[in-house]
Design a protein around this ligand. Structure first.
Ligand code: GUN
Length: 317
């Protein structure tokens, strides 16, 4: 009989997020309030009624209030025009109540293909807590002080605090989005990793991924990363947030009798990552979904908002 494989160490993003928010951010927010007489302010813009966005936005607002921010939701109906969104951002840019502005993506398709870019271009750079505006991206690429996209910076935070070495290691990033893949690759490069970026046209994806000491999956395809993608002992970071509603798809990831299959039958849907659960038998360390990268993304939003507030109030007008 073959012995059971050694299971990967689970990197608990939820626990780290609670620690950073409660022990590091909240006290700094309290100091900010006593110094400036008001809390850091975060405005979140939600256009339309995307169910996943509703959940993410609720979590961001809850964490914001939890660390002591003023965190407000600005809603626009799905019928809003691009001009409506730009007018709202303009009002928030000028408002002294808000230090951070986040426009939740995706925007409704009816706003047009270039809507996200137009909207992110319009956010005042000093309030760009998502790090999506061109000035923020440019500064980040040059490794200058910048507001950096929250998911990749949360992943770096996790790797550093879990003492996973980055310098000199080979990092492979699957996915080339502006929100995760590209900034992730750049941040790993700044920490002296050798970085490969893979995407839908990469031949023999599994073979490239097998070279990784650190493998980051950010493609949005449930269970894409299987055992054969992973070098034994590698660190695997799962950025996927895929909601499965099809039993056959869930069964491809979890065997009969698995508690997550029972959860699917109860709820009719299941949140899964891009990494197949079988990877736990090969990887050295692995982030779970949920409870891995997601809570750290929100934590970095808190870090960015506090930083934006400190910068805004220390800059003479
Ligand atoms: N949608 C998915 N992730 C994000 C994010 O980090 N920021 C915003 N604004 N929208 C998102």
């Amino acid at each position: 009989m073959t012995p059971d494989p050694i299971k990967a160490r689970l990197l608990d993003g939820q626990a780290l997020a609670v620690l950073i928010q409660q022990q590091e951010i909240a006290p700094q927010v309290a100091a900010f309030v006593s110094r400036h007489g008001r809390p850091p302010g975060l405005a979140i813009v939600l256009v339309g009624e995307n169910p996943a966005s509703e959940v993410y936005v609720r979590n961001k607002l809850k964490s914001g209030a939890g660390v002591g921010f003023r965190a407000d939701l600005e809603r626009l109906p799905a019928t809003a025009t691009l001009q409506d969104v730009l007018a709202l951002v303009d009002r928030l840019n000028r408002s002294p109540l808000y230090d951070g502005i986040l426009v939740q993506s995706p925007l409704p398709k009816t706003l047009g293909a270039d809507a996200a870019q137009r909207v992110y271009d319009s956010i005042a750079p000093e309030k760009d807590v998502d790090g999506f505006a061109p000035e923020s991206v440019g500064r980040m690429v040059q490794n200058r002080p910048a507001l950096v996209a929250c998911t990749p910076s949360g992943i770096i935070e996790l790797l550093v605090r879990e003492r996973i070495p980055i310098a000199g290691r080979h990092a492979v990033v699957i996915g080339r989005s502006d929100i995760v893949g590209k900034p992730m690759a750049m941040l790993l490069l700044h920490r002296d990793a050798t970085v490969t970026i893979c995407h839908s046209k990469t031949p023999d994806l599994a073979a490239v991924c097998r070279q990784a000491d650190i493998l980051v999956a950010a493609v949005g395809r449930a269970g894409l990363v299987t055992k054969d993608f992973v070098k034994p002992g590698a660190t695997v970071i799962d950025v996927g947030m895929n909601t499965l509603t099809d039993l056959a798809a869930v069964q491809r990831m979890y065997p009969d009798g698995h508690p997550r299959l029972a959860r699917f039958r109860e709820k009719g849907s299941l949140l899964v990552g891009d990494v197949h659960p079988e990877v736990a038998d090969v990887a050295g360390a692995l982030t779970p979904v949920p409870g891995g990268v997601g809570p750290l993304t929100i934590t970095m939003l808190m870090v960015n908002t506090l930083r934006a507030a400190q910068t805004i109030l220390s800059t003479p007008r």
